[in-house]
Design a protein around this ligand. Structure first.
Ligand SMILES: Cc1cc2nc3c(=O)[nH]c(=O)nc-3n(C[C@H](O)[C@H](O)[C@H](O)COP(=O)(O)O)c2cc1C
Length: 381
């Protein structure tokens, strides 16, 4: 399109800054590395661009050293800051010789620095640079992305703040419990109006619950039918647990006996954090147990330092399967912790047979437990 040469005079920049400050945003730190140095800058003009292929865009001032470095490196990471990270936002918004001083950093897949405490990080390869006013718009193809549980830091009218869902979690929790107790038939369509009616809440609250349940994998959004209950049966859970078992057995075969001390120590910490959340035969807090259990098994798989295996593990939707089975009741069994303790000890002692036997046992226990729970819950499936 031809650029305009006539029309109203350019809008006054100060007024624009004031008005555009009313557009709330998250806060990120965009990081990169050149052969000389690591760079990072606070940036809120960052957003997702496309899902297929996954792409991001970041608008960085051309005069900023970080912007030049991203251009030179052809890669960047978007580190999404969490609640309480104001100090990081401030540190990376001021020009300095060592922006990373006192900041925990790990190296990302693309060799760029990734902030270890960030709520999420997304690594991108630059595929295009577009100039817009004083800024370069970097279009990036996503090559790695990972998120942690937590709340984001927000930015509005020049100040940092907290994010709050418009609705508290209560409606979502009730809807989730109904789904877990199988009050809805598998593959049935869940209408927004029906859900609102059943829960006796406003449609907007029911919509919020649907969105979260979709993210949990309990419901899926079908383009033609709407929200559909994802079926769940023992075949689904057996396949998932067997796939995890196969991955872990492969890892044990590859690495046990050669795992460095710091990685053994990390695995032990993950195990103890999980074990603390199962007291007697009850979960202290199921959602926290679920995260800790995931972190433990991810720790086992990552001993292989094989990105393809870790990614395959991530794609198993273990959390969804566990939510749909174990999440129905706070009651469980210490046998699960015992089996996982033996996995840990087998790896620590360099004994692949003991570790593999424990993985088989843990898998058998999980499969049996799902059968028991589904038999008790009954429902419409
Ligand atoms: C909350 C916040 C958001 C910011 N967003 C951007 C942005 O999107 N793009 C940009 O170029 N600068 C942005 N800045 C300013 C840069 O962080 C700042 O200029 C920084 O010093 C640039 O780092 P560098 O000059 O060392 O590369 C933001 C600053 C703050 C505090």
């Amino acid at each position: 399109m031809a650029s305009r040469t006539t029309g109203p005079a350019a809008f006054d920049a100060d007024t624009f800054r004031h008005v555009v400050g009313h557009l709330p945003s998250g806060v990120t730190v965009v990081t990169t590395r050149t052969p000389e140095s690591a760079f990072g800058m606070t940036a809120s003009s960052v957003t997702s661009l496309s899902l297929d292929p996954p792409m991001m865009l970041a608008c960085l001032n051309r005069s900023s050293p970080t912007s030049c470095a991203v251009s030179q490196a052809g890669a960047f990471a978007v580190n999404v800051l969490g609640e309480g990270h104001e100090h990081l936002a401030q540190q990376f918004a001021v020009r300095s010789d060592d922006k990373f001083i006192g900041v925990a950093v790990v190296e990302g897949t693309l060799g760029v620095p990734v902030l270890a405490d960030a709520l999420a990080h997304i690594e991108c390869e630059v595929v295009e640079e577009v100039t817009g006013g004083t800024h370069t718009v970097f279009l990036g193809r996503v090559v790695e992305a990972k998120a942690e549980e937590g709340s984001p830091l927000t930015y509005f009218r020049g100040g940092f703040g907290r994010f709050e869902f418009a609705r508290d979690d209560e409606v979502y929790q009730r809807a989730r419990q109904q789904l877990l107790e199988r009050m809805y038939a598998a593959d049935a369509v869940l209408q927004l109006d029906d859900l609102a009616h059943r829960l006796r809440v406003e449609k907007s609250a029911a919509f919020y619950a649907l969105t979260r349940l979709t993210a949990d994998g309990l419901i899926r959004r079908d383009p033609d039918r709407g929200y559909v209950i994802v079926p769940f049966d023992t075949r689904t859970s057996d396949e998932t647990f067997d796939a995890r078992c196969a991955i872990e057995l492969g890892v044990i075969d590859m690495v046990v006996g050669r795992v460095p001390q710091d990685e053994l120590a990390d695995l032990r910490i993950r195990f103890e954090a999980m074990a603390a959340l199962l007291v007697g035969d009850r979960f202290v807090d199921f959602d926290r147990y679920l995260d800790a259990n995931y972190a433990f098994h991810e720790g086992v798989v990552s001993l292989a330092h094989n990105g393809a295996l870790t990614a395959a593990f991530g794609r198993l939707s273990i959390k969804t399967v566990m939510t749909r089975s174990f999440g129905v009741t706070p009651v469980t069994s210490q046998k699960f912790i015992d089996a996982q303790r033996r996995i840990t000890e087998g790896i620590e002692q360099g004994d692949p047979d003991a570790a593999s036997a424990a993985v088989y046992r843990y898998t058998r226990l999980a499969k049996q437990r799902v059968r028991q729970i589904l038999a008790q819950t009954g429902g419409l499936l």
